[in-house]
Design a protein around this ligand. Structure first.
Ligand code: E4P
Length: 220
């Protein structure tokens, strides 16, 4: 499973990229707004830090303007994935951009029918939002299972990018279902490292080691 980082905070991305776990980045208009920076500037900087796909989202809602925005955004760097919403105009835009060779991430997917349309429109990624479905009392992971089944039946090339992830449990469940990518808020990736027994075990090992007076490396 690939891990994308769901943020427009370049310092966070740089820090997490050093772990070797970051395969790409997703942003959305809310995350760009939170960064307080011009979209082209922040996206270009992220693309310098991460080699994998960096999703940059259009903000128009009509096809013509979405297409112009998408063409502008893909010009920022070679690893841009243009993100479009799952609407009629969004999928029309997806089809044109995909036919031009641009990777498109179709976002705001909440149903298997929508995911089927996105695959037919040539999306490189479909982004089902599991957390927001959980928030309204629907089991978000059920949607991932349905998309895995549908895409598998037709061998669609569209990658399933699990979005709106709220914790390590979502990542593990998505991985068990064989989803291609999870996009993680930085705190979720950090939380994945943690287990209280790891901390406890390490503290005990260090205490015992200190009693030996040994050092593995010769003093410099
Ligand atoms: C990613 O592409 C989505 O924009 C993001 O995961 C949405 O997450 P949220 O529901 O926590 O805002």
């Amino acid at each position: 499973m690939k891990f994308f980082i769901d943020t427009a905070d370049v310092a966070e991305i740089r820090d997490l990229a050093s772990t070797g776990m970051v395969d790409g980045v997703t942003t959305n208009p809310s995350l760009i707004a939170k960064s307080g920076r011009p979209i082209a500037e922040v996206i270009a900087e992220i693309c310098d830090v991460v080699d994998g796909p960096v999703s940059a989202e259009v903000t128009a809602t009509d096809h013509e303007t979405m297409l112009r925005e998408g063409r502008y955004l893909r010009g920022i760097a070679d690893n841009i994935a243009v993100k479009v919403p799952l609407t009629v105009d969004g999928l029309k835009t997806c089809k044109v951009l995909a036919d031009e060779g641009t990777a498109v991430n179709v976002t705001l997917c909440f149903s298997p029918a929508q995911a089927l349309l996105a695959a037919k429109a040539g999306a490189a990624f479909i982004s089902p939002f599991v957390g927001r479905l959980d928030d309204i009392g629907t089991e978000g992971m059920g949607l991932i299972a349905e998309i895995v089944e549908i895409y598998g039946a037709y061998d669609f090339a569209t990658e399933i990018l699990v979005a709106s992830v709220r914790g390590p449990h979502h990542v593990v469940e998505a991985a068990k279902l064989g989803a291609d990518v999870s996009t993680l808020p930085p705190a979720v990736l950090r939380a994945m490292y943690n287990h209280p027994l790891t901390d406890k075990g390490l503290a005990a090992f260090m205490a015992d080691w200190a009693k030996t007076g040994q050092s593995i490396l010769a003093p410099e």
